[in-house]
Design a protein around this ligand. Structure first.
Ligand SMILES: [Zn+2]
Length: 409
């Protein structure tokens, strides 16, 4: 056993998505790892010389996984949705931070806000090298952990060159840090051509993510090469005559790559039965961003059908721009859970699995991340509830509005 001090965290309840459950309960931590978990009396007896921290009226759960964020947009803050999706994309292109210093500052701000909200791991979409560097290279520690997916664009004749450039950028960044923390994200089927997806089939060891089936217009573009995304490419000078319709849905378009290796697929708002069937046969994780989907006017996400079909559905925030103006912790995952509980009455413990273990699987995190099992990283969150009320603690948390509190490891 190490000489690091042992601490017993006494709470009114402890719970994770793997079946650890005590009310009241204690988590014992040492050297940033969970060494034990159980009823408070038993834990205090077993660790009699340890410091005890009393956290009355709280539920301790594992830190959460935000499987799809854009931390480099944190500087934009929350904005009302006006106009259509293309107007919104224009606004982001115009207003996103441009200098390396501004991008780093935005990412660092996003990391701080995420950590305070109890997020332990993030799948961040990095719009530039600076957004990766801010997290992993010469920074002040990698908390929250996770993966930065370097985003790449290039369609039509530009795709082959774009893939070569993206690969060079990936290599340059990954050689300066732990390789597992850098991945790649071909932006979406309306902005990234075959070569960018193919590149990730050739390198299965690298984390892969993409936006997919986010809008109905994306399905139209993939089907017929028409609609607002075709106009956008023309306006941006990115259109050429090799860009054509594929006569299939956006999910169908990526079939051979989705079947081939794990992907984190952001959104999946427009998925029909055939798409769902295909996804259920692929090693994909769906990063559903409920608040962002609602912000853009998308309804009736099929996350419950996906879960029933065995698809690994996890949760993301998308960018801060899309979060609700009254959210106290816009980059936290608890508000995403609260919204789904409110909208659909989704089972709280199913939501906790989406927020923790499913996200950990999506990002390929170390075994135990997002659980309270012995040996897991001691990244924990305290959620306030009324211990005198017999109602299930997490159900209470999803119905109250108290901020999450990170328990630093
Ligand atoms: Zn996104």
């Amino acid at each position: 056993m190490s000489d690091a001090p042992t601490r017993v965290l006494d709470a009114s309840a402890v719970r994770d998505a793997t079946g650890v459950a005590h009310r009241p309960g204690s988590v014992v931590v040492q050297a940033r790892r969970i060494v034990d978990v159980g009823p408070p009396d038993a834990m205090r007896a077993r660790y009699a010389s340890a410091d005890t921290l009393a956290l009355g009226g709280t539920l301790i759960v594992p830190a959460m996984v935000n499987a799809h964020a854009h931390l480099d947009l944190t500087a934009l803050g929350r904005r009302p949705m006006t106009g259509d999706f293309i107007d919104w994309v224009d606004m982001v292109m115009r207003e996103r931070p441009q200098s390396s210093e501004a991008i780093r500052a935005a990412v660092r701000d996003g990391l701080t806000q995420s950590a305070q909200a109890g997020v332990g791991w993030i799948g961040d979409i990095a719009g530039s090298d600076a957004a990766v560097e801010a997290r992993w290279i010469g920074g002040d520690g990698a908390w929250p952990g996770g993966v930065s997916f370097l985003e790449c664009f290039g369609i039509g004749r530009a795709a082959d060159d774009a893939a070569r450039r993206a690969w060079q950028r990936y290599e340059a960044l990954a050689s300066q840090c732990e390789r597992a923390v850098v991945g790649l994200q071909p932006h979406a089927p309306y902005s990234a051509g075959d070569a960018l997806y193919e590149m990730l089939s050739a390198h299965r060891e690298i984390g892969a993510s993409t936006h997919l089936a986010e809008t109905a217009e994306e399905n139209e573009f993939v089907q017929d090469a028409t609609g607002p995304f075709a106009s956008l490419l023309q306006r941006l000078g990115k259109w050429d005559d090799t860009i054509r319709g594929h006569g299939v849905s956006a999910v169908g378009r990526l079939r051979r790559w989705l079947e081939d290796r794990p992907w984190v697929v952001a959104h999946g708002n427009y998925v029909d039965d055939a798409d769902l069937d295909l996804l259920s046969r692929c090693p994909v994780s769906i990063a559903y961003c409920p608040v962002a989907s609602e912000y853009f006017g998308h309804r009736d996400h099929r996350y419950r059908d996906m879960l029933e079909a065995g698809i690994n559905v996890c949760l993301g925030t998308d960018s801060i721009v899309c979060q609700r103006p009254d959210a106290a912790q816009p980059l936290g995952i608890v508000d995403q859970m609260r919204r789904l509980h409110e909208l659909d009455g989704t089972d709280p413990w199913r939501l906790l699995a989406m927020a923790t273990t499913n996200g950990a699987k999506a990002l390929g995190l170390e075994e135990g991340c997002g659980t309270l099992r012995r040996g897991a990283p001691a990244r924990l969150v305290a959620l306030q509830f009324d211990a005198r009320d017999a109602t299930d603690p997490l159900t209470q948390v999803l119905r109250n509005n108290h901020p999450a509190r990170a328990l630093q490891d």
